[in-house]
Design a protein around this ligand. Sequence first.
Ligand SMILES: Nc1ncnc2c1ncn2[C@@H]1O[C@H](COP(=O)(O)OP(=O)(O)OP(=O)(O)O)[C@@H](O)[C@H]1O
Length: 251
Amino acid sequence: MTVSQVSQVEVRGAVSSHELVKIYGNGPTAVRALDGVSVRFHAGEFTAIMGPSGSGKSTLLHCLAGLDRAGSGTVHIGPAELGSLNDTRLTRLRRDRIGFVFQSFNLLPALTAEENILLPMRLSGRELDRTWFATIVDMLGLRDRLRHKPSELSGGQQQRVACARALVGRPDVVFADEPTGNLDSRTGAGVLEFLRTSVRELGQTVVMVTHDPVAASYAGRVVLLADGRVAGEIFQPTPESVLGALSRLGA
Ligand SMILES: Nc1ncnc2c1ncn2[C@@H]1O[C@H](COP(=O)(O)OP(=O)(O)OP(=O)(O)O)[C@@H](O)[C@H]1O
């Protein structure tokens, strides 16, 4: 990779927020879910967001991914500032430049695994890179499952289909919200291993919300939230270091 390619990837995958504030409701019942969050997710990094229940993890992920709008502050995905985009352009950015993996897989039951994987590309009218598709399908061990419908797949296989769908369009960033929440620990480990490999070998940027210190230990960095603020970070996390940090936050 040349220097200019490296810097292009840097710009492509970097996600950041500056002084992000999100308040739900108003008056005496208002909840300040995000209270000035400034955080940066570098290109080609796997970062986990953790914190006690109600600390703002899902709200932050939704604001970073353009699924929800913040009250004030900014979010950048590469050079794009989400607050400056109208709804149509924001929808297009989500569709074309972000991959999503949710706890509940979110596959369409009437479509085969292959059709599910290719749906976002078809909707955006983008041309499929067949070699890239084959690389991802093989990394996820899905080659002999492509013609099956979701109901004919195990939970782990369904989540691997969701991972393939998230990556096939070469998104700038993949946002994963509790991706192993519905999986047993062995099956979940396979999904986490794939996310980690996509970062190490494919240069993907992954931001994942999780409650699970073991899941977080697959990331290169953990960002800790408490009461809607960044409360610290852990590099090269282990389940023990994450548990210790969480218990210090009162989780
Ligand atoms: N739609 C909403 N309306 C009102 N309050 C909300 C809404 N969504 C979240 N909140 C509140 O905002 C705060 C942050 O919620 P959020 O779901 O982001 O936390 P979390 O860290 O993801 O929690 P958990 O770990 O329990 O999933 C909480 O106090 C929550 O009750």
